[in-house]
Ligand binder design. Structure first.
Ligand SMILES: [Zn+2]
Length: 442
């Protein structure tokens, strides 16, 4: 009986000492993120079509031919009549991945991501695609997967040509774009006879994203002044015109589709990009459809003195420049989804054709969404101070507790030794006891 009690006490002592390690050394680093913000009013568009012409310079799209006509008659007609246009200013590095992240997620990626080749997610991030109900994407396997991977749930669908088969375009890179347009066409064709797909397409908050890599590839191979680069732009213009008429036809001309046409970055005259030359950082932006302002004729000089308006013969049409990340809140506002939580974009109001109340609510949402991040950044400095405090809190008693554990063990061991001596060396105990008895008698 005594041995069982002794064993149980010994076990308890060891369990307590073992658990003390977790209490002293391990703490959880979990911190929670921002709340997605959206405008409570009904959005003007049910769906959005985003077309990104990879590597398309602003001047390559906007400059007229020597005879005064445009090589992109369809997009020019949008600029002059039904849409709003401007220059989207990108940031360095002018590479595909950070460009698309700025457009679709609304923030400028950390330059350290370049070490990962701009393909792998350094961190998971929110995007307009992630906030959408469904997003269907067509294009390069270098760009699309990162948005599907970053999305929560299974609602971003990618259609890419296999990377090893990009060779099909080695003689003519514009085939990459023809591939995309053809795929989109057959997608909408098949949706007519596929009731499940059709039902999804008819829902709101949907995005269709076309990533067109041909212009970039032709620019690298032949430079932006080449006939290949310029012909590819014309091919894209025709493709967009057909796309729009097909989409409008599919949705019965319901006037609920918004369109955004832009580029991720430009390109130098030598066919390179990555740095901060205007040929690399100035990209075109053309927006039209549901919720977007028609072309606004202006008579006064516009607040841009870079000379481009004269070069492009567009002095008479209101130009609205944006920072690349502003396109994310613009797209979110058009289809009424929350602005991506990491976005630093500012909603470019002049693109919106909507009530004052809608604009005010949208700006309020934008402000709160950025404020959430500011609160987070304030919290971050609070966190770093708190962490210092926590380190102190978690470790100030480490020495004391360590000593206690050691002393406890020493005490326990001594006690065990004493018990062993008591049990197995009775003679010694008796010899010690005798003088004590003698003393008492005196
Ligand atoms: Zn690119």
């Amino acid at each position: 009986m005594r041995m069982i009690t002794f064993f149980l006490i010994g076990l308890t002592v060891h369990v307590v000492f073992f658990l003390s390690i977790f209490d002293i050394y391990f703490t959880s680093p979990l911190v929670h993120g921002m709340m997605p913000q959206s405008t409570p009013l009904a959005p003007p568009a049910s769906r959005l079509v985003l077309v990104v012409a990879d590597g398309l310079r602003a001047d390559s799209l906007f400059t007229l031919l020597p005879n005064g006509s445009s090589r992109t008659p369809y997009l020019r007609s949008i600029i002059e009549d039904t849409g709003t246009w401007g220059v989207s200013h990108t940031r360095v590095p002018t590479e595909s991945r950070p460009g698309h992240v700025a457009l679709i997620a609304g923030f400028y990626e950390d330059v350290s991501a370049v070490a990962k080749g701009w393909k792998e997610n350094p961190v998971e991030f929110d995007s307009v695609f992630n906030e959408s109900r469904h997003t269907w994407c067509w294009g390069s396997p270098d760009i699309l997967p990162m948005f599907a991977k970053g999305a929560s749930g299974d609602h971003v669908y990618t259609h890419t040509y296999p990377a090893q088969e990009e060779d099909f375009a080695s003689t003519d890179a514009s085939r990459l774009d023809t591939w995309v347009f053809t795929q989109v066409k057959s997608f909408f064709q098949s949706a007519k006879s596929n009731s499940t797909l059709k039902a999804s397409l008819l829902e709101d908050k949907n995005v269709f994203f076309l990533h067109l890599l041909g212009i970039d590839t032709n620019g690298h191979a032949h430079r932006p002044m080449s006939q290949e680069y310029l012909d590819n732009i014309a091919l894209v213009d025709t493709g967009v015109a057909e796309l729009v008429s097909m989409v409008e036809d599919f949705f019965g001309n319901d006037g609920r589709t918004a369109y955004v046409f832009t580029a991720d970055h430009g390109m130098t005259n030598w066919g390179s990009h990555g740095a901060g030359h205007p040929s690399e950082t100035l990209t075109p932006l053309v927006v039209w459809g549901a919720g977007v302002h028609n072309a606004q004729k202006v008579t006064e000089p516009q607040p841009y003195n870079d000379g481009y308006l004269q070069d492009w013969k567009l002095e008479h049409l209101r130009r609205v420049d944006v920072n690349q990340a502003d396109i994310a809140p613009l797209m979110a506002s058009l289809i009424g989804v929350p602005i991506p939580v990491n976005s630093v974009g500012v909603l470019p109001l002049l693109y919106l054709n909507n009530s004052g109340q809608f604009k005010a609510e949208s700006m309020y949402t934008n402000a709160i969404q950025v404020l959430e991040q500011f609160k987070i950044s304030l919290c971050q400095s609070l966190i770093s101070y708190s962490l210092e405090g926590l380190v102190y809190y978690h470790t100030y008693d480490r020495f004391f507790l360590g000593c206690s554990v050691v002393l406890g063990f020493v005490g326990w061991t001594s006690y065990v030794v004493l018990v062993i001596l008591k049990t197995h060396a009775k003679v010694t105990v008796l010899q010690i006891m005798v003088p004590a008895v003698t003393l008492n008698q005196e």
